[in-house]
Design a protein around this ligand. Structure first.
Ligand SMILES: [Zn+2]
Length: 194
């Protein structure tokens, strides 16, 4: 199959310190807040991606473009209402939490979602399970939404039970610390998908 499964680099390329530290969420940060914030973030990002695509393919004045523009304004209003209610600090902390909700878009006739979205470290990602490979029984592709120059990333559970990702965080800071997870692996692990 096409998905490359790289071997971990043999030399350490950084100091090997703990790769990332999560901000400590406010003690009153409830699961519901996390869920609402992550969902609202994803809806804004989907609306932005829809509008960008419509502007590019249909032009700025097409009826569909206008409707996506309205949807984006509505999504941003919802985000602003959440910010007014919970405060920006709480929302930022909520977005840093492991995925608390999954957003699916559309579905095929047999009910399979066309896209599955999660928030990883404050950013919206589309996650796609790729066909298994003998050396990697579980492989996920994570693609930023709206489209971004970084990625897509491939996060895997390998046959020997270890994990790896092709992001810079994993490659340069984690590669030889097998117990550590980059933000992509940590998100998938939190969902029980790894
Ligand atoms: Zn990663």
């Amino acid at each position: 199959m096409a998905m490359p499964v790289r071997q971990p680099p043999t030399t350490r390329t950084s100091s090997g310190r703990r790769a990332r530290s999560r901000p400590i969420p406010p003690p009153d940060l409830e699961f519901k807040t996390v869920e609402l914030a992550q969902r609202a973030r994803m809806i804004v990002d989907v609306a932005e991606a829809d509008l960008d695509a419509a502007e590019e393919h249909l032009g700025p004045f097409h009826e569909t473009t206008w409707s996506f523009r309205g949807a984006l304004a509505e999504a941003r209003n919802s985000w602003d209402r959440l910010r007014a209610r919970y405060g920006l600090l709480a929302l930022d902390a909520a977005l840093e939490e492991p995925p608390a909700t999954v957003l699916t878009l559309g579905h095929t006739p047999d009910g399979t979602p066309l896209a599955i979205l999660i928030v990883v470290d404050g950013k919206t990602y589309r996650v796609q399970r790729l066909p298994d490979a003998p050396e990697a029984p579980r492989i996920w592709r994570l693609t930023r939404l709206p489209p971004h120059e970084d990625g897509p990333y491939h996060a895997c559970r390998l046959a020997d039970g270890s994990t790896q990702c092709d992001c810079a965080e994993w490659t340069y800071q984690i590669a030889d610390l097998s117990a550590e997870l980059c933000k992509h692996l940590a998100a998938l692990d939190a969902l029980g998908w790894l």
